[in-house]
Design a protein around this ligand. Structure first.
Ligand SMILES: NC(=O)c1ccc[n+]([C@@H]2O[C@H](COP(=O)([O-])OP(=O)(O)OC[C@H]3O[C@@H](n4cnc5c(N)ncnc54)[C@H](OP(=O)(O)O)[C@@H]3O)[C@@H](O)[C@H]2O)c1
Length: 202
């Protein structure tokens, strides 16, 4: 079972500062909520997997993120989420706990910088939903550059909110499968399938 990443990063890869997002973009938050919540099968839900610091950055009244299985990754097996999330002690542990739930459709890694690094290096990482924020902000948490194996499958029109310009992008990891022998790759297949979860828009 592959998984996807969802991230908003500026042109320097900046994603956070002092445990918070460096921008206020309601359109991006709406995209995040829809992308991570929507399922093709109405009887299923998705899992959102996050690092401990990202979990703590979500105000208590908004935890857990609703209608999704919340998984928090920490080295502390006794970490207390007040029963609001599953605790996992590694990325692999998080993936297997989420996969073990019978009603999970898609696994999303939702940050932050430490967990993104691990996730991008994992062979099951297939899709990156990247909100590319124009310019450079003052950040202390970062999203690493995507390897060349990721190809841009789709991009939205430019949006602007609060003076901040941004574009929604979908990147797919190109793999050489038997289909590639006949000239098509998983990325091309993904491009032709287009957006099964709806358009890349707020
Ligand atoms: N722009 C975006 O899309 C976006 C998305 C999410 C978060 N953010 C921002 O990013 C910042 C937080 O990111 P961050 O890099 O500081 O922290 P993070 O990745 O959210 O959390 C780091 C912590 O998670 C645990 N962890 C991560 N990977 C692990 C692994 N493989 N195995 C075991 N434990 C692991 C460790 O917890 P322990 O120390 O407890 O062991 C680690 O200290 C915040 O500013 C937040 O607002 C931005």
């Amino acid at each position: 079972m592959t998984f996807a990443l969802v991230v908003a990063a500026d042109e320097g890869g900046g994603i956070g500062k002092n445990g918070e997002l460096p921008w206020r973009l309601p359109g991006d938050l709406a995209f995040f909520r829809r992308q991570t919540t929507a399922t093709l099968d109405q009887k299923k839900r998705n899992a959102v997997i996050m690092g401990r610091r990202t979990w703590e950055s979500v105000p208590d009244r908004f935890r857990p993120l609703p209608s999704r299985l919340n998984v928090v990754v920490t080295h502390d097996p006794n970490y207390d989420t007040a029963g609001k999330a599953i605790v996992a002690t590694s990325l692999e542990d998080a993936l297997s706990r989420a996969r073990a739930a019978p009603d999970i459709e898609t696994l999303f890694i939702i940050g932050g910088g430490v967990l993104y690094r691990d996730a991008l290096a994992h062979p099951a990482c297939q899709t990156v939903y990247l909100t590319r924020i124009e310019g450079h902000r003052d950040c202390d948490a970062f999203f690493p550059p995507l390897e060349a194996s990721f190809v841009l499958a789709e991009a939205s029109a430019r949006h602007e909110e609060n003076g901040v310009g941004y574009v929604f992008q979908r990147w797919e990891r190109e793999r050489f499968t038997p289909a590639s022998a006949s000239g098509s790759t998983t990325a091309e297949a993904a491009r032709s399938q287009s957006t099964r979860r709806g358009p890349l828009s707020p």
